[in-house]
Design a protein around this ligand. Structure first.
Ligand SMILES: [Zn+2]
Length: 178
């Protein structure tokens, strides 16, 4: 397993619609292992493949004690509305309140190639929707009001004006000093 560099805001792959996978092969299974490791080291609750530079429709989630892979995920049903603060491993240190359906029914493929369904509420439902958004090239910032989005983007540009690229290395947990 290996830690993968994270693509951050500005990287074109975050704005593209990722392509369907179909039946997962060994390459997808290896990618998923690395994505779990990278998500854990980054203390995230979800990670989509395009956040590590791979424009394919797969994401991992670890929320409310449930850890799973979503390949070619679709939302079959959604209901309610909840507002909660979201952040994103690709937009470090930027947070905003996002309104989303409170409950969703997910259908996706697992690593064995079987379609499964999952009924999710709360944080898990939010993580699922946030990750599927990624696969469609959508970021949580897009759900904010124009004024709020422009304010956060201005701050982002100030804080990142000296960046030389659109990726960020992830440190192994044991190597972290913070
Ligand atoms: Zn994200």
């Amino acid at each position: 397993m290996s830690l993968l560099p994270l693509h951050i805001l500005g990287s074109p792959v975050l704005r593209r619609r990722s392509v369907e996978i179909g039946a997962p092969d060994d390459e997808v299974r290896r990618l998923v292992e690395d994505m779990f490791e990278t998500m854990d080291a980054s203390k995230g609750i979800g990670l989509a493949a395009n956040q590590v530079g791979v424009a394919r429709r797969v994401a991992v989630v670890d929320a409310d004690g449930d850890r799973f892979v979503m390949i070619d995920p679709v939302i079959l049903e959604s209901e309610g509305r909840a507002i909660a603060e979201e952040g994103c491993l690709s937009i470090p240190d930027i947070y905003g309140d996002v309104a989303r359906p409170e409950r969703v029914v997910l259908e996706a493929t697992d690593l064995e190639g079987n379609r499964y369904r999952r009924d999710a509420t709360g944080l898990k439902a939010r993580a699922i929707q946030h990750e599927i958004d990624h696969l469609d090239g959508i970021l949580f910032l897009d759900h904010l009001s124009l004024i709020k989005r422009q304010m956060l983007l201005a701050r982002w540009r100030r804080e990142h004006k000296d960046d030389t690229g659109y990726t960020k290395e992830v440190q192994a947990e044991s190597a972290r000093t913070d």
